[in-house]
Design a binder for this molecule. Sequence first.
Ligand SMILES: NC(=O)c1ccc[n+]([C@@H]2O[C@H](COP(=O)([O-])OP(=O)(O)OC[C@H]3O[C@@H](n4cnc5c(N)ncnc54)[C@H](OP(=O)(O)O)[C@@H]3O)[C@@H](O)[C@H]2O)c1
Length: 284
Amino acid sequence: MRGWLDDRRGYMKPVQIGEVMRAGALGYVAKTGKGSKLSVGDLVYGGLGWREWGVYKEKEMRKIVVPKGVDPLDFLGPLGMTGMTAYFGLFDVGKIKAGDTLLVSGAAGATGSVVCQLGKIAGAKVIALAGTPEKCEWLEREVGVDKAVNYKSPNFRQEFKDAVGYIDVYFDNVGGEILDMALLRLKKNARIVLCDSRPYGITGYLNLISQTATMQGFLIFDYAERFPEAIQTLSNWLKEGRIKRKFHVVEGLDKAPEALPLLFTGGNTGKLVVKVGDYQRAKL
Ligand SMILES: NC(=O)c1ccc[n+]([C@@H]2O[C@H](COP(=O)([O-])OP(=O)(O)OC[C@H]3O[C@@H](n4cnc5c(N)ncnc54)[C@H](OP(=O)(O)O)[C@@H]3O)[C@@H](O)[C@H]2O)c1
């Protein structure tokens, strides 16, 4: 979302001043047009934006049928973009396999916390990086990683080296100095999954040559056709209790501008969501 506000070439048209802020959202259908395949009360997902109400084309959204044992909100978390990003990033781009050592940054966040758990399901050793001792404790106790390291610790460089050893897959949510450090810890044929980054003058990339490693960016929208496959698998793991999720819910559309910066200060644990309306009280 932050990237969409920069007026420069990207994978999507930048949001212009005065336009509705773009956002993936869940919503309920309040009224339908003639010939619509949707019904009043249907749960839908789409680029509904930062708004309480809107008039949309049907092709801008898809109907969500909530499987038994999962919550509608999961379609913003492990069964939404977050889960899709974790699933395809780790399995398709990262090609994780049993016995691998997986490093995850932004690990207590929405995407990272799912990546960590998918890593464990795949049989990898998982090292997680997060910005507070509480997040690290949550990652080790609840999420089930092998080791969590606080990247804000004064001894981080040494702690990182001790915990990480050498890695097969690095799922990078943050870029910067941590990416540079990870580049120095690559095993032969390691894979770096660039989920997000920020401008930083990395120097460790020569190891991509010496370790015949790859660093690949990806965009989750390119996997849209395969979302049903991932939703099916992830729903099963949710129902079996193999994936845990945490939501950080901020109430009220007016709080959205205060909520977004939490992603940059680390104010959220798990999926940050702004609740803009209440279905029970909703009427046109
Ligand atoms: N490639 C794609 O298609 C795709 C799709 C979806 C999302 N993404 C990207 O995936 C990333 C994760 O998204 P998310 O929604 O799951 O967010 P998130 O991880 O829930 O929130 C971001 C977390 O990153 C950490 N962080 C922020 N600035 C940092 C920094 N400078 N260095 C280290 N850690 C920092 C913070 O936790 P700490 O307390 O640990 O610092 C914060 O809680 C985002 O960058 C997003 O843009 C990419």
